[in-house]
Design a protein around this ligand. Structure first.
Ligand code: UD1
Length: 369
């Protein structure tokens, strides 16, 4: 029996861990445990996702909460170490690129436990992004690297990661999307908000580079003002962004946008429905670039780069940056146009988690140190 400790901490982790926890069920030799670090703790950012995605109750919740990067990362490490010592797993599986990912990965490796990283190899080549540091460092110490798109393979090869550690398995986030799309179609969110399919836009913004800087955020606000005058625009707002509006003196500016609907972060099913029927999605999220690719909905990424280039080459994504004129130009270029034929990225077929579980089940157990 191989014990596998699976780590999740922040909202984008929950969609990735859900299909994995299910896929382990097909392998009686695997004993999965789930650890929630508590990095995200609000009902709408965490518990709701567990319910909607039928993720089992975590075996352990570290309850770390918010803090500076150093405090949050250190606190996760301090609280995770005794859990690993108690359970002595053969593997620790971490997903994505959040602080919980690197914190738990580092703890595992220093205790000599096998480390597997799901969504390995993605690179924005922008080391001012906290997530890029988390990705680079986690990949550098992982024993098994599960890759979601071809760019990940190239990046890991270039960084000298031995080929036998790398497995191109596809995208677990898309497993979750495919498993829940029919259910999400029944969400009443459009009727509740009085929206018509393709008659509105959706915005999400939470990256520090966009919402912590007054100048950048004010520029984006200018573009959003014009966009919401064109079509009603729904903005489910991340807590970081909510906190920044008054701090950066932008609360009145946003309150003045009469067709911009600022709402609380939505649950998975409502948000999926909202995205699927939108005219245009404007975002700085990584996962949303992937989801709109499969949904066939225009996506404008308000960043200077993406670590997910397959969403541009195969999907509906355009990386537009944060210059307001560029955002508006890109918006007008896709608004009202139908999305044409696209190629589905390789292995984004809803079976990535099954492939990962099969690889883990086939491993000889590394020695616990
Ligand atoms: C984190 C991830 C980011 C991911 C995002 C998704 C890192 C470095 N960043 O960013 O990659 O895209 O999650 O949401 O791990 N807060 C609450 N309630 C919560 C969670 C957060 O109020 O449930 C507030 C706190 O004030 C906190 C702030 O949001 O200080 C930021 O949270 P944090 O987890 O530090 O980073 P995110 O910006 O959410």
């Amino acid at each position: 029996m191989a014990t596998i400790v699976n780590v999740c901490g922040a909202r984008p982790n929950f969609m990735k861990i859900a299909p994995l926890m299910r896929a382990y069920g097909g392998h009686p030799g695997l004993r999965p445990l789930l650890v929630h670090t508590g990095q995200h703790y609000d009902h709408n950012m965490s518990e709701l996702f567990f319910k909607q995605l039928a993720i089992p109750e975590p075996d352990v919740n570290l309850g770390v909460g918010s803090g500076s990067h150093a405090v949050q990362t250190a606190e996760i490490m301090k609280r995770f170490e005794p859990v690993v010592l108690e359970h002595r797993p053969q593997w620790v599986v971490v997903v994505g690129d959040v602080n919980s990912t690197i914190a738990c990965g580092l703890v595992a490796k220093k205790l000599g436990i096998g480390l597997a990283h799901v969504e390995a190899g993605l690179r924005s080549f922008d080391r001012s992004m906290p997530e890029e540091l988390n990705r680079l460092l986690t990949d550098a110490i992982s024993d098994l690297l599960f890759v979601s798109e071809p760019s990940g393979l190239e990046n890991l090869r270039r960084e000298g990661i031995p080929a036998d550690r790398i497995h191109f398995v596809g995208n677990v986030m898309i497993d979750t999307l495919r498993a829940n799309l029919a259910h999400a179609e029944r969400s009443p969110v459009l009727a509740e908000m009085g929206l018509e399919p393709r008659g509105y836009n959706v915005v999400t913004l939470h990256r520090p580079s966009n919402v912590d800087d007054a100048g950048t955020f004010a520029g984006i606000a200018g573009a959003l003002d014009a966009i919401q005058q064109d079509l009603p625009t729904v903005f489910p707002m991340h807590p970081r962004t909510v906190a920044n509006l008054p701090r950066l003196g932008l609360a009145e500016r946003f309150a003045g946008m009469k067709h911009l609907r600022i709402v609380k972060p939505l649950g998975y099913l409502d948000f999926l429905k909202l995205m699927a029927s939108a005219a245009v999605v404007l975002t700085d999220s990584g996962g949303i670039q992937e989801e709109t690719t499969i949904l066939g909905v225009w996506c404008l990424t308000l960043r200077e780069n993406t670590e997910r280039p397959v969403t541009v080459t195969h999907g509906t994504n355009t990386v537009v940056g944060t210059d307001p004129d560029e955002i508006l130009r890109a918006y007008r270029a896709c608004r009202g146009r139908t999305v044409g034929e696209r190629r589905v990225p390789e292995k984004w077929d809803g079976r990535a988690a099954e492939r990962i579980a099969a690889v883990l089940a086939a491993q000889e157990f590394p020695e616990c140190g």
